[in-house]
Design a protein. Structure first.
Length: 97
């Protein structure tokens, strides 16, 4: 005699596990997305500090053309004074970073 609903608890449990796994993966992806957004926000906010090989200090980068603040890109930057591409130099000793 078949037990009514005998297979049902297993099925419910199985779909519940799938649902939980989906929820956990979704939560992890959400946390990662928030962390990345936060890192980008923080990186955009505070000036990046570089270790200068010449004077040995943690310094902010300035442009080589005007010694003005730069919007930093990868390995180069945009001078905020003339809006052109520039190299990054040490704010203290003006040597290239
Ligand atoms: Zn320096
Ligand atoms: Zn400039």
């Amino acid at each position: 005699m078949p037990v009514p609903g005998g297979a049902l608890p297993f099925q419910v449990e199985g779909s519940l596990q799938c649902w939980m796994v989906g929820l956990i993966i979704g939560a992890l992806v959400l946390v990662l997305a928030i962390l990345m957004a936060y890192q980008r926000y923080v990186a955009g906010k505070k000036p990046v500090q570089h270790l200068c090989d010449y004077c040995g200090h943690m310094v902010t980068a300035v442009s080589d053309c005007h010694h003005a603040p730069v919007r930093e890109r990868f390995l180069h930057g945009t001078c905020l004074e003339c809006k052109k591409d520039c190299r990054l130099v040490c704010a203290r000793c003006k040597n290239p970073l």
